[in-house]
Design a protein around this ligand. Sequence first.
Ligand SMILES: Nc1ncnc2c1ncn2[C@@H]1O[C@H](COP(=O)(O)OP(=O)(O)O)[C@@H](O)[C@H]1O
Ligand SMILES: [Mg+2]
Length: 333
Amino acid sequence: MSGGPESTVSRETDHDASSSTTDNKENPYSAPAAYAGISSVDTPIGAAAQRASQVLHPHTVTLPRPKTRRMLTIANQKGGVGKTTSAVNLASALAVQGLRVLVVDLDPQGNASTALGVPHHSGTPSSYELLIGEVTAAEAIQQSPHHEGLFCIPATIDLAGAEIELVSMVAREGRLKNALSEKALASIDADFILIDCPPSLGLLTVNALVAANEVLIPIQCEYYALEGVGQLLRNIELVQSHLNPDLHVSTVLLTMYDGRTKLADQVAEEVRRHFGDAVLRAVIPRSVKVSEAPGFGMTVLDYDPGSRGAMSYLDAGRELAARTETINSQEQQ
Ligand SMILES: Nc1ncnc2c1ncn2[C@@H]1O[C@H](COP(=O)(O)OP(=O)(O)O)[C@@H](O)[C@H]1O
Ligand SMILES: [Mg+2]
């Protein structure tokens, strides 16, 4: 089998690598400051080796646990921008660095459940039963076989009808929030909850926006990258003013960056101008390994830990976790 958990060295060719991978200033994949602070190496190759070692030997470097649990909704109504890929790989990146993470799969396609290696055939206790009140979160949570601190509430095809079923239900926008209460999640004691949304702005996404305080928007470095983002932001504002005043876009992640194209840089620049500090410095490159991993029921961190895709998600996870202190201190003001 080519590729698998036993793989230690990336077989990814460099043909699609950015030409600037050896220059730390120019390199969009370079370790963010948060990582550099912990790293004992200051060359890109040394840092890469250390990150690969971190994935292969989980918990050698651990991230501080956030003071309060952070819940992020991963939303963008455009399909194929990297929502699911980012949800599972960020979750895995946080888990290999010692945090406890729950992924809630809210897309009837169940791709996040697949990538986390969690069964999600019709009838499995899932986000559907959770939303309609048939099971508790504790009953629907499954542990990912790859990490002890990584959990998933899977999505089954039964969720496909939920948008319609929810319409007639009481408190239809707040059902996920109620189901994911502190008490309901006490058994897994998660530091992070990442909610993977379907590519629409329907009731499932609204439930996710009501449940979480933070929104993470993945943006693909391609043509029309910002198409639809305006509409998403307007919906976020609506939810904020009517249903969840604490909701804010805390994080933007640039995905599928192709260093060979000028376009990717232009999109990245435009997104940074628009969203400022919310944009993570780590950028996810377009990488075959990232797209192959779910086919093996794995995240790229398990499938090919030394690959650029794995390292960039590790960096992004570290950066995301490093923002915890700022967010907590802002919230206390
Ligand atoms: N960094 C990447 N490099 C290469 N392929 C990617 C990358 N990120 C995502 N993909 C692929 O792009 C497709 C869409 O990604 P996905 O995460 O499912 O998007 P969404 O959840 O927003 O619809 C999938 O086939 C996925 O494997
Ligand atoms: Mg998806």
